[in-house]
Design a protein around this ligand. Structure first.
Ligand code: AGP
Length: 608
């Protein structure tokens, strides 16, 4: 959740660290800090609040240093205060450390350290780690880190520096991602590659249990048991313009508008029109293995879980294979029943979400094939799965997921089409699906042109305290996702419901102050949804309908209609979600909320 960046080289470290930190701000943004190596020892500057506050503190103090570490925090233990912000230093101020993760046995460590005479100053778990390193220090920083980590239970990505070791950063990973960037006469360490793209695209991903000793000219990786590792250098394909706003006011708006492109990327090279069979070689499964699948299990969190739910509707109907969709955090503690012909998919934008990773590892341990539907290339999930499909959405910086969601759904439709063709779908039906998929990016482009209309509707309702989102069938998960988008970035209470469930409870909430967003497309449940709309209208609710182009009848029955083009009914979520993303965005802007970095949230949830 937090962002770590470290630099060691010959250039001034401070601007490099601050810029890197800003690139990572989406990971956590409640407090920030930096430690620099200077002639007079370690200089640590911290503040509560965003990186801009840290910058203000630093302007009058341009430390001429080529070696430092920095951190942007998402608080777990201890409030987001200056004191609790990272880096944490030992009592002599000679060792400084930044940490992402949770030290689970910090209470035991605290008792131990207090007994040894250390003074604990903060409410954080992290502080124990820096004292522990000091306690283990006998002249070698790497050894001190190694011995300290041997006493630690929990998760960490850390970067450590010491005034006793100028030009050295020691980094270690257990559960929280860390990557080393390889430059010319300089090296970086960061939680993800976006912090280093300006300087290099050559990286080495640290694995769990590895420690790296990094200097300007060299880096050495060993395991926590001190076994030397031969690093695997990888090339990052993301570009700098992909992680910049490119003229948009917010990353979220940019990412919403990128969807025609990202959807094209999701299907590029994967559509086989002749046979009507999607090509997904990364699954590493032969056709006869696909035919034997008994059950598909999707595990994910948040928006990715909503995508999985849409996948269930697609796969069960197109391929007649049973699909379970599990919250990752529930899966691992539930003792789920898994068969040897079941296939487990982890769905994740970041590929780092702790709950999803843990569920995935649990499934792996139980011997089922574990696949990934992941965005971030080189992420932990991408590396630990037996195969999978990259969604190719490019970097998603806005905390509220938009383009990753549609790309996940597109990939799930490819999987559904493939499984369908292996089982019961005719070549013609497969071809029709593929043809419809190919039209989706242009159709999304068309819907994006309705942004001003959506904005006008948003103007009428942005002061509401509650919203209800209704959908049925495959558009029920879209209602959930629309509600999640709104609550995440505008802090309006919003609930998604299967339209017919409304009368079993939520209908009590409906009055003239309750905007109700209904996805009412021309599909097999259209008439049923129209009845649900009538129930809302009969109670003075205001209905905003997402409807199929050409449906003029609906306009007379609701307060507002936003039209989307017609497509294959299994692909409708790819279109119906677009106005809901736009609506959440416009409402959040009108409420003056921090769209890209909503309160209390972080992009990549790497704690349990
Ligand atoms: C989406 O808008 C959310 N920020 C959140 O629900 C997110 O989808 C969830 O944390 C899962 O993340 P992942 O896809 O990176 O695993």
């Amino acid at each position: 959740m937090c962002g770590i960046v470290g630099y060691v080289g010959s250039r001034r470290a401070q601007p490099i660290l601050l810029k890197g930190l800003k690139r990572l701000e989406y990971r956590g943004y409640d407090s920030a800090g930096i430690a620099m190596f200077t002639d007079s020892g370690l200089m640590v500057t911290k503040c509560a609040g965003k990186i801009s506050c840290l910058e203000q503190l630093l302007t009058g103090d341009p430390a001429d240093s080529t070696h430092g570490i920095a951190h942007t925090r998402w608080a777990t233990h201890g409030e987001p205060t200056e004191l609790n912000a990272h880096p944490h230093a030992d009592e002599k101020g000679e060792i400084a450390l930044v940490h992402n993760g949770i030290i689970e046995n910090y209470r035991t460590l605290k008792e131990f350290l207090l007994q040894k005479g250390y003074h604990i100053r903060t409410e954080t778990d992290t502080e124990m780690l820096v004292h522990l390193i000091r306690f283990n220090y006998k002249g070698c920083l790497t050894e001190a880190v190694r011995n300290a980590l041997a006493q630690v239970d929990g998760t960490y990505g850390i970067a450590v520096m010491s005034s006793m070791h100028p030009g050295v950063v020691v980094a270690a990973r257990m559960g929280s991602p860390l990557v080393i960037g390889l430059g010319d006469g300089e090296h970086l360490v960061a939680s993800d590659v976006s912090a280093m793209l300006e300087h290099t695209n050559k990286v080495v991903y640290l694995e769990d249990g590895e420690i790296a000793t990094v200097t300007a000219d060299d880096y050495r990786i060993t395991t926590i048991q001190n076994v030397q590792i031969t690093p695997q250098i990888e090339e990052v394909t993301w570009t700098l313009d992909q992680i910049e706003k490119g003229g948009y006011d917010h990353f979220m708006l940019k990412e919403i508008h990128e969807q025609p492109t990202t959807l094209r990327n999701a299907i590029r090279g994967r559509l086989n029109f002749e046979e009507g069979i999607p090509r997904l070689n990364g699954l590493n499964l032969q056709y006869d293995q696909l035919r034997k699948i008994q059950k598909v299990i999707f595990t994910a969190c948040g928006t990715s879980w909503h995508a999985g739910l849409i996948g269930k509707y697609m796969i069960e109907e197109l391929a007649r294979v049973a699909v379970d969709v599990e919250y990752a955090s529930e899966f691992r503690y539930r003792s789920p029943i898994l068969g040897k012909n079941d296939i487990f998919f982890a769905i994740s934008q970041s590929g780092e979400t702790t709950d999803t990773l843990a569920a995935m590892r649990e499934a792996k341990q139980r011997g089922v094939t574990v696949l990934g539907i992941v965005n971030v290339v080189g992420s932990t999930m991408a590396r630990e799965t037996d195969g999978g499909v990259y969604i190719h959405a490019g970097p998603e910086i806005g905390v509220a997921s938009t383009k990753a969601f549609t790309s996940q759904v597109m990939v799930l439709s490819l999987i559904a089409g493939l499984l369908g063709r292996m089982r019961q779908l005719s070549p013609q039906a497969g071809q029709e699906l593929i043809e419809a998929m190919q039209k989706i990016p242009d159709q999304v482009e068309k819907i994006l042109k309705s942004s001003d209309q959506v904005k006008k509707i948003a103007e009428q309702y942005y002061r509401a305290n509650n919203f209800l989102y209704l959908g049925r069938g495959i558009n029920y998960p879209v209602a959930l996702e629309g509600a999640l988008k709104l609550k995440e970035i505008s802090y309006i209470h919003a609930e998604g419901y299967p339209a017919a469930e409304m009368k079993h409870g939520p209908i009590a909430l409906i009055d003239e102050n309750m905007p109700v967003v209904v996805i009412a497309l021309k599909d097999p449940v259209y008439d049923k949804v129209m009845s649900n709309i009538a129930e809302v209208k009969a109670r003075n609710g205001n209905v905003i309908a997402i409807a199929t182009e050409g449906d003029t009848e609906i306009a007379e029955r609701v307060n507002h209609v936003i039209y989307i083009p017609e497509t294959n009914r299994f692909l409708t979520p790819l279109l119906s979600i677009i106005p809901l993303q736009l609506m959440a965005y416009h409402i959040a802007v009108m409420r003056e909320c921090h769209v890209d970095q909503p309160r209390n949230l972080a992009k990549s949830v790497t704690v349990e």
